[in-house]
Ligand binder design. Structure first.
Ligand code: CO8
Length: 258
């Protein structure tokens, strides 16, 4: 893989968008590689948390590769939009918790990738935003749908229709990012946040995420039924028994994801 750098450390997968000269803009090959990596993460039982970030210190991703875009036929543009939508949906639906570690600019598709993740942790000197309407297009990688679900309709419409570029602290105030920290502490703070989840039952993490994600857009009774079924998946697990034993033995549980 060239456009994506992949690394696994312990139970964390690091997926780094790796076109720093193009500020990690998405061209078709990068999207294809990102999709393949997401598919492999989905079925890897050793991965319990996934962190997405950008190579270099300037950019997470500046979205669609506008240089490539200029050379594409309308049909190819459609292919790219279809591909990015498919890949970001695969990422959104990863069973493991996902964190966008925002190390620099995140514009257009870059912000949309962050929105497909469960959490966004940003260095306090970055900028982000859905800039597409300034380019006479619209957010086409989930932004018009995921942003209003995250921060509410009026605030999302404001950001999309003005194409405003937000500083990290403004993005925090809008609810667009989960947390901000200094650039020096970005990695360590992101890993500390990941560690809070890594301490918990891996199957429980996945089932809780499944229940929240699938319950969000259905009526309450259907959502509660989804929750019940997701809970039932945890009942026959070794980890549930281990947690009960550890509690009575006054020690920390050791979870195996089984
Ligand atoms: N695509 C390709 N190259 C880019 C992009 C981009 N999106 N953004 C910047 N670059 C390139 C520049 O052209 C430049 O290259 P070169 O040195 O060869 O001229 C290099 O990166 C550095 O950029 P700048 O010189 O402009 O650096 P600055 O620090 O002055 O500015 C900015 C950096 C602020 C990021 C500025 O370049 C900028 O505003 N870029 C545009 C960002 C943007 O609006 N992105 C949204 C794109 S639209 C989108 O993402 C739609 C997604 C939906 C579908 C996607 C399907 C694939």
């Amino acid at each position: 893989m060239e456009s994506i750098h992949y690394e696994q450390q312990g139970n964390i997968a690091y997926v780094t968008l790796n076109r720093p000269k193009a500020l990690n803009a998405f061209n078709y090959d990068m999207l294809r590689e990102l999709g393949e990596i997401a598919e492999s993460i989905r079925i890897n039982p050793d991965i319990r948390v996934v962190i997405f970030t950008g190579a270099g210190d300037k950019s997470f991703s500046v979205g669609a590769d506008l240089k490539e875009r200029k050379t594409l036929t309308e049909q190819r543009v459609k292919r790219n939009i279809y591909k990015i939508g498919e890949v970001f949906s695969t990422i959104e639906n990863l069973p493991q918790p996902t964190i966008a570690m925002l190390n620099g600019y995140a514009f257009g598709g870059g912000t949309e990738l962050a929105l497909a993740c469960d959490f966004r942790i940003a260095a306090d000197d970055i900028q982000l935003g859905l800039t597409e309407t300034s380019l006479a297009i619209i957010p086409g990688a989930g932004g018009t749908q995921r942003l209003p679900r995250l921060i509410g309709e009026a605030k999302a419409l404001e950001l999309i229709l003005t194409a405003r570029r937000l500083k990290a602290d403004e993005a925090l105030a809008y609810g667009l990012v989960t947390k901000i920290t200094t650039r020096d502490r970005l990695r360590v703070d992101t890993e500390s946040f990941a560690a809070l989840m890594l301490a918990n039952g891996p199957i429980a993490l996945q089932q809780a995420k499944f229940a929240v994600k699938h319950g969000m857009n259905v009526d309450l009774q259907t959502g509660l039924a989804i929750e019940r079924k997701a809970y039932e998946m945890t009942i026959p697990t070794e980890d549930r028994v281990e947690a009960l034993n550890a509690f009575s033995e006054k020690r920390k549980p050791i979870f195996k994801g089984k």
